[in-house]
Design a protein around this ligand. Structure first.
Ligand SMILES: Cc1cc2nc3c(=O)[nH]c(=O)nc-3n(C[C@H](O)[C@H](O)[C@H](O)COP(=O)(O)O)c2cc1C
Length: 151
């Protein structure tokens, strides 16, 4: 079994709904075990368990949520000796932008290091079926890639 970790934060449930869709997609791959953690609850042990990672956050003030930043703050240095090199992708909920959060995260994760294996899903405005569909596809793509050993 391969292990796929979903770490996310949500204040008003939009990113939470994306996370559920991502997990639903990933769960369609029987050879992958999926673990979902909120950003405040996730820690280094979760990263060491994972073979791949999906990170979700709202964009707040042109940046990631404080909760996801806290996850990075707590795990960055402890993760250094392990040189994780995990494949990852992002899902973002935003009022009208999302690019600031993506830019900030992409820069930080280079240091773990993590490897981007899919383009971010950015859901702008109220969630609709197309956002949820794209999130589900992202989850399935990560899980399938892990199961097939292509990442
Ligand atoms: C304090 C705050 C700051 C925000 N800043 C941005 C922003 O910079 N860019 C943007 O597109 N949306 C911004 N938004 C909108 C949120 O990203 C959007 O409502 C998102 O869907 C919330 O996700 P959540 O329900 O998972 O918390 C902001 C919302 C809040 C509450």
């Amino acid at each position: 079994m391969k292990h796929l970790l979903i770490v996310y934060h949500s204040r008003s449930a939009q990113t939470h709904r994306l996370a559920l869709a991502v997990r639903h997609g990933a769960s369609q791959e029987p050879e992958v075990e999926v673990r979902t953690k909120t950003a405040f609850a996730a820690d280094l042990d979760d990263l060491l368990w994972a073979d791949g990672l999906l990170l979700g956050t709202p964009e707040n003030f042109g940046y990631m949520s404080g909760a996801l930043k806290d996850f990075f703050d707590r795990t960055f240095y402890p993760a250094q000796p392990h040189q994780l090199n995990l494949p990852y992708a992002l899902f973002i909920s935003a009022g009208n932008d999302g690019t600031g959060a993506v830019r900030a995260i992409e820069r930080i994760v280079l240091g773990y290091p993590l490897r981007k294996v899919a383009e971010p899903v950015i859901a702008r405005g109220e969630l609709d079926d197309s956002h949820l569909h794209r999130a589900e596809e992202l989850g399935l793509a990560l899980a399938a890639g892990l199961a097939l050993g292509i990442f």
